[in-house]
Design a protein around this ligand. Sequence first.
Ligand code: DC
Length: 212
Amino acid sequence: MIVALDGPAASGKGTLARRLAEAFDLAYLDTGSLYRATGVATLRAGGDPAQEFDAVSAAKTLDLTLFSSADLRTEEAGVAASQVAFIPGVRAALLDFQRNFAKNPPDGKTGAVLDGRDIGTVVCPDADVKIFVEASLETRVARRVKELQEKGENIIEARVRADMKARDDRDKDRSVAPLVPAGDAWILDTSDLDADQAFAQAKAYILSKTRR
Ligand code: DC
């Protein structure tokens, strides 16, 4: 079983994806980490994440040990990720890894949950279940501010809002694999839901789709 979970930044899809993977005993891939790792690797090499040559070189030589680095979770990494994600050559370089993960999930699992922006539309168009997770900009800004404060980061709310809006626009407006729900995706708006409620609704939906 392949579950595709797409949605904008801080919509709650990461937490939801992790919990669904555990509940259904599936492997989990946070595809945003691939773009974050590419962005961070580009910066570390002294390159510019908005420049095609620099970003594609980083994507093609991606060091998988970077995945667990705390550097990936900063706002700077998020911005660099959405810049490299704009470049078609970067998306092409990361596509095989994602499809291979879905087709051959690690650890003997019989399926996978992938979360990102284009899983239901491009990476796994034949996924058994597609969920598009949404939340209002204000809800997402509030969640991200809380998350960064808990990590002890010094943040300015207006800056987080501006960065998130810029990322949303870049993710939605790019020509290749823009952030858009697949035609057959179920829309889950988490603006007024806590993590437990979102999980309960998504789990019920998956069971309704997969139980004959
Ligand atoms: O989900 P996230 O915030 O970790 O993603 C970081 C950036 O990576 C996001 O701005 C867009 C990009 N991304 C993408 O273009 N396609 C994906 N499948 C996953 C992430």
